[in-house]
Design a protein around this ligand. Structure first.
Ligand code: NAD
Ligand code: UGA
Length: 466
């Protein structure tokens, strides 16, 4: 079975780049990416490739190659579904903000809506692929809708979670460590559908990297992969607090333990805390599932990863206030970075938001410079927390377009995102224009601390005793 027409519902951080790469690598397959958000679709179709809705290194080149050839972005969801043999569901699955499971469970209403729409529109057999991250056993819920609402057509449901990380999405897709395909492995139809999806990825990935499992293992592996990665960050961040009390150096400890090939170097960079749209959401979801199934100890174990992460963000903000004589009222604090990591304009759950909120509570005046995040996004992030009025957020948070201006007259600079450009600044010039003593709080341990101390800065960093 060879697929000629794909539809992807959801043109977000996953749907957009993933489909762009599939279209790039499979020129004989027509790929339609559809979304309910007309602005998002208009941005994907913008002639000016700098206006794509997502900033990802290498993405505009991929879109330039495939868009209009076999890659299309549209708001016509029904047409997309009708024409496709294979439909990816790549919509958002945020943490529920209401009712049962509020603050913990994944909100599946967008996924359910997609399933209903597919069932209503489809007149021929289709393969439906879960691309969104979903709680284990969601495929059953999707199947129930498809089988009961549909026009008698047959659906195969596959789980194909996405493992790309933002900022490296295109590279992660081009050189995926593995692709995971879960399906009804016990039946011939199930295996046929799994093979059809495997064939798409086999256009550019070696066959041995395409793993086929049962559908529940695939769903659970995605949540587990994120939980393991986040757990490493919380583990190293927990030790960073101990380092600050004992004069051990967290970067040295990370290097020492990471050299053990059983542990490995990756995801041991201590920080102001992990952010991003998924780590917290997926762990909360895992915790919720475990609790629902009566696995209290397992739930508590994973919940600690989040508790530690919240502690780390608060600890960083408290450290700034404590160092500046226990009050930052009226003091100018400059943030370098707002995105949750470098090379992305995504700010979802960024540590910067929570640190800013905490400092604003102490009446600090925050000036932010980030190379990619738009001002309206920063205000939206703060307003979403509902801690104070929108007017107050606008009054006390200023967005700057020049890092040197942002730092002029500041009491302190806090590095919240590890953008490479921060390392290349003229730090002597920045120092000259700051109030003295000039403080730096390096929440990412990216700056040359020795050099900064030589210039005259008072430096505090994660997991360092100075
Ligand atoms: P996103 O919010 O960027 O995009 C989701 C898109 O779906 C939005 O544009 C929204 O308008 C659209 N949408 C919602 N309901 C719709 C409907 N009924 N019909 C048509 N369009 C609809 O989300 P994202 O970051 O792309 O994440 C999508 C899923 O992928 C989530 O489950 C997430 O956990 C998972 N995931 C995300 C990443 C990541 O790096 N962001 C990585 C791996 C997996
Ligand atoms: C993460 C996973 O890495 C992806 O595999 C997964 O597909 C994705 O979540 C998802 O499901 O959404 P992402 O959140 O985009 O990707 O970015 P990461 O590189 O994992 O970083 C997450 C957060 O952890 C960032 O705030 C980052 O700064 C922080 N981090 C990461 C550290 O503080 N230290 C590290 O050593 C690594």
């Amino acid at each position: 079975m060879s697929i000629k027409n794909i539809c992807c519902i959801g043109a977000g951080y996953v749907g957009g780049p993933t489909m762009a790469v599939i279209a790039q690598k499979c020129p004989e397959i027509k790929v339609n990416v559809v979304d309910i958000n007309p602005q998002r679709i208009a941005d994907w179709n913008d002639e000016n490739l700098d206006k794509l809705p997502i900033f990802e290194p290498g993405l505009k080149e991929v879109v330039a190659e495939a868009r209009g050839r076999n890659l299309f972005f549209s708001t016509d969801i029904e047409k997309g579904i009708r024409e496709a043999e294979m439909i990816f569901i790549s919509v958002n699955t945020p943490t529920k903000t209401y009712g049962k499971g509020k603050g913990m469970a994944a909100d599946l209403k967008f996924v359910e809506l997609c399933a209903r729409q597919i069932a209503e529109v489809a007149t021929e057999d289709k393969i439906v692929v879960e691309k969104s991250t979903l709680p284990v056993r969601t495929a059953q819920a999707i199947k129930d809708i498809l089988d009961n609402v549909g026009n008698g057509v047959k659906f195969q449901i596959l789980s194909n979670p996405e493992f790309l990380a933002e900022g490296t999405a295109v590279n992660d897709l081009h050189h995926a460590d593995r692709v995971l395909i879960g399906g009804d492995i016990a039946t011939a139809e199930g295996r046929k559908a799994m093979d059809a999806l495997s064939d798409i990825y086999a256009h550019w990935l070696p066959k041995e990297r395409i793993l086929q499992t049962n559908v529940w293992s695939s769903e659970l592996s995605k949540l587990t992969a994120n939980a393991f990665l986040a757990q490493r960050v919380s583990s190293i961040n927990a030790l960073s607090a101990l380092c600050e009390k004992t004069e051990a150096d967290i970067d040295e400890v990370a290097r020492a333990i990471g050299s053990d090939s059983r542990i490995g170097q990756k995801f041991l960079k201590s920080s102001v805390g992990f952010g991003g749209s998924c780590f917290q959401k997926d762990i909360l979801n895992l915790v919720y599932i475990c609790r629902s199934l009566g696995l209290q100890e397992v739930a508590d174990y994973w919940e600690q990863v989040i508790i530690l992460n919240d502690y780390q963000k608060r600890r960083f903000a408290d450290g700034i206030i404590a160092t500046l004589n226990n009050t930052i009222s009226g003091k100018k604090i400059t943030f370098f970075g707002w995105a949750f990591k470098k090379d992305t304009n995504d700010t979802r759950e960024s540590a910067a938001i929570y640190v800013a909120d905490h400092l604003l509570d102490d009446q600090g005046s925050i000036h932010v410079y980030d190379p990619k995040v738009r001002p309206q996004q920063m205000y939206a992030d703060l307003n979403y927390l509902n801690t104070r009025s929108e007017k107050e957020n606008e009054e006390f948070l200023t967005v700057c377009t020049d890092p040197y201006e942002a730092a002029k007259g500041a009491h302190a600079i806090a590095v919240l995102t590890e953008w490479d450009e921060f390392k290349t600044y003229d730090w002597q010039r920045i120092y000259n224009n700051m109030l003295k003593p000039a403080h730096i709080f390096d929440g990412r341990n990216i700056l040359d601390h020795k050099e900064l101390i030589k210039i005259g800065f008072k430096v505090r960093a994660i997991g360092k005793a100075y």
